[in-house]
Design a protein around this ligand. Structure first.
Ligand code: SAM
Length: 328
């Protein structure tokens, strides 16, 4: 039985959770993630992705505080992280996206819970400015832990990065260079070819793309900042990021949980990759509901623009027509 099937309408309403969207793959609740977590069974989830408020004083809507005292923020973080550890299956994966300042605290806590550290993924943060006596921030942290030996680790490939000016490869792959996959050997991230992730397709010629096993530095995640590419104000992530995480750390038919649903990027990616999913959002759930409804109806253009592409995509594509990656 899927975890959301054990949450009856009575149980949900006792917790103040309101079901706002349901598909055959997933369910979204309007409400506090701690309430939803409290009714999820132990060891019932395969993969958790969490992108909590960063405590930077952003506006997420009524009832959401994004400016807590440090102790309070960490105490609250330990509550939801502790619950995430409880509901994760043995071998399941947990990814948390936040500022390095909070990621180190989370890592220390997760280490104490006996979780296994896998990676600190650096997601490039473009155009950030230094404040005070600091260096320029250049990345967000994406920490990746598993509950013991990982059950699923699919090899995911990404296009190797080339210089936008000379076209040369940025990294020196040395003797490993000849082991890189020629385009087509592995289709992972295939809809995220350079046309999708770079503003100017002249920056890379997709017919010459070589693929490399995903590294710990993610420089190809477009920020979804510009109003034109954004369906809601705070912090919508790019689908490429969630697709990569979900493809890497789960298999079709497994269950993905996101406590901080926001505009529904995780659920959108889970639907596309045929994973079950469950999530909560305490603020406005309309953007997520609209996005999932559009996906179900094959209306993708405005959501796909959030990849950062300048090229319009066909606006009528059914979910089953979308390319589904494989990663072996
Ligand atoms: C950084 S945003 C997540 C954005 C999301 N990853 C996306 O791509 O749209 C954090 C979200 O957590 C929500 N939130 C804050 N506290 C929450 C809580 N206790 N339970 C559920 N959601 C919460 C906020 O309203 C906000 O939408």
């Amino acid at each position: 039985m899927l975890p959301f099937q054990v949450i009856t309408p009575e149980v949900a309403s006792q917790q103040g959770l309101q079901q706002v969207y349901m598909s055959k793959h997933g369910i979204l609740y309007l409400g506090d993630c701690l309430k939803l977590l409290s009714v999820l069974p132990d060891e019932s989830i395969d993969l958790i992705f969490a992108d909590p408020p960063f405590n930077l004083g952003k506006e997420y809507g009524e009832g959401v505080s994004d400016r807590m005292e440090v102790d309070k923020y960490l105490e609250w973080s330990q509550q939801w992280i502790g619950e995430c550890v409880r509901v994760l299956k043995p071998g399941g994966s947990l990814f948390i996206f936040n500022l390095p300042k909070w990621c180190i605290e989370y890592g220390a806590y997760l280490n104490r819970q006996g979780m296994w550290f896998r990676h600190w993924i650096a997601c490039r943060m473009p155009k950030a400015f230094p404040r005070g006596k600091k260096m320029s921030p250049a990345h967000y942290g994406l920490i990746y832990y598993t509950k013991g030996e990982p059950t699923v680790f699919n090899k995911v490939y990404t296009p190797i990065q080339v210089c936008r000016h000379c076209g040369g490869e940025i990294r020196d792959y040395g003797g490993h260079r000849k082991k890189l996959n020629e385009k087509g050997i592995n289709l992972m991230d295939v809809w995220d070819t350079p046309e999708d992730v770079w503003d100017d397709t002249a920056e890379a010629n997709s017919s010459e793309v070589l693929w490399t096993l995903t590294e710990e530095m993610w420089t190809d995640i477009p920020p979804v900042r510009h109003r034109r590419h954004k369906k809601r104000v705070p912090n919508e992530l790019a689908p490429i990021m969630l697709e990569r995480i979900i493809a890497m750390a789960s298999n079709p038919g497994q269950i993905v949980f996101d406590p901080f649903g926001g505009s529904g990027t995780t659920f959108y990616a889970a639907e596309r990759l045929h994973r079950y999913w469950i999530g909560s959002e305490i603020g406005d759930t309309n953007p997520a509901v609209e996005r999932l409804t559009d996906l179900a109806n094959g209306v993708l253009e405005q959501w796909e623009s959030a990849r950062g592409s300048k090229k319009p995509k066909p606006n009528k594509t059914t979910a089953s027509q979308l390319p589904i990656p494989f990663s072996t």
